[in-house]
Write a protein that binds this ligand. Structure first.
Ligand SMILES: NC(=O)c1ccc[n+]([C@@H]2O[C@H](COP(=O)([O-])OP(=O)(O)OC[C@H]3O[C@@H](n4cnc5c(N)ncnc54)[C@H](OP(=O)(O)O)[C@@H]3O)[C@@H](O)[C@H]2O)c1
Length: 327
């Protein structure tokens, strides 16, 4: 797979792998199958795995740790700290303090079984803690060799500038897809201006843009998406239209809706590395092949104008989930 560079020096496959769903949020997990997906990803040249301490917690980092211990692959690991969850609950608080970063980092290193984390993100910004102090804490971790680079999730352009002034930020990770384009307001241009990479999460709209999940009944019990406003019974009817338009345009392009959605993100800039999530081999193969698809300017514009005039009903998170978004 072709490579892209995040920030100054993080060279990774143009498409990474989101590992969250292998542990939680999107229906039942199957560790054996997930380990096969991780192995296949490496075969396909995907060398950028995305996890966080709060996925599972802490099953996702442990699963990746098992895979790394067995296979010793050449992959870059990105993980995150800062969201503190009560065991068994989605409810959370945010802690960006240097002390917490140090202990969270030690715990992630232990679970992953690595000596250094390639990219360490602040998972959500706590507006009550000065970002400068958080970055100072992370710089201490760089000096100690525990992490190689710093990333920020769901950060506002202003906070990003303040953080970058203290230490270069390698990547911003925020939701970005054909139905969530908020970052185009100012975050994406700030990344371009400052030479910061951008990692779109939920690039397939949590699967919705692929044309699956046309009905909430298709989501298994306990699936996190059943609680999201955009997947609510009353919203789906309207939101379905965007998936239909993507499907129609994918037929014209001769690819799948998932591939078109990923190719569009790749077309938005050379510093963009989407991380579609899957726990299924067939989807992994399909998504990886999107790295070969290029869109002409006309195709890009057609897709944008056909989708941006469609209304999207519902916030992307619940009130709890919106804590620390664009902070
Ligand atoms: N920083 C943050 O706050 C944050 C928040 C959310 C996610 N993330 C990261 O971003 C990664 C990706 O986001 P995401 O997993 O939320 O959403 P996503 O990649 O937009 O969608 C994942 C969903 O799409 C399905 N899917 C994947 N490829 C498909 C295909 N080709 N055809 C049909 N369905 C397909 C998956 O199914 P299966 O599960 O059946 O494979 C899963 O249900 C996560 O794994 C996580 O690492 C970060």
């Amino acid at each position: 797979m072709n490579k892209r560079t995040l920030g100054n020096d993080l060279s990774v496959s143009a498409i990474g792998l989101g590992c969250m769903g292998m542990s939680e949020f999107y229906g039942p997990r199957d560790d054996s199958e997930s380990l096969r997906v991780l192995a296949r990803a490496v075969e396909l040249g995907i060398d950028f795995f995305d996890t966080a301490d709060m996925y599972g917690p802490h099953h996702n980092e442990e699963l990746i740790g098992r895979f790394l211990a067995r296979n010793k692959p050449q992959v870059r690991i990105a993980t995150k700290f800062g969201i503190v969850r009560n065991p068994g609950e989605y409810r959370r608080s945010l802690d960006n303090s240097a002390n917490y970063a140090r202990s969270a980092c030690e715990a992630s290193l232990r679970r992953l079984g690595v000596e250094q984390i390639d990219l360490y993100y602040v998972h959500r910004i706590n507006p009550d803690e000065p970002i400068e102090e958080t970055i100072d804490g992370l710089v201490s971790l760089i000096k100690a060799g525990k992490i190689a680079r710093i990333g920020l999730c769901e950060v506002s352009a202003d906070t990003l500038r303040r953080a970058h002034a203290i230490h270069p930020i390698t990547a911003v990770q925020t939701e970005y897809s054909l139905w969530t384009r908020d970052v185009e307001r100012d975050v994406l241009s700030t990344c371009h201006e400052l030479g910061i990479g951008f990692v779109p999460y939920s690039p397939l709209g949590r699967g919705f843009l692929t044309g699956r999940f046309q009905d909430t009944a298709e989501l298994s019990e306990g699936d996190f998406r059943t609680k999201l406003p955009r997947f609510a019974e009353g919203a789906l009817g309207t939101n379905r239209r965007i998936a239909e338009v993507i499907a129609e345009m994918a037929v014209q392009k001769g690819c799948s809706p998932a591939q078109l959605s990923l190719a569009w993100l790749l077309s938005k800039g050379p510093n963009i590395v989407p991380i579609p999530g899957t726990k299924q081999l067939r989807y992994l193969d399909e998504n990886a092949a999107a790295a070969q698809i290029t869109l002409s300017i006309e195709e890009q514009q057609q897709l944008e104008s056909a989708t941006e005039r469609l209304p999207v009903v519902g916030e992307r998170y619940t009130v709890e989930g919106m804590k620390g978004v664009n902070a």
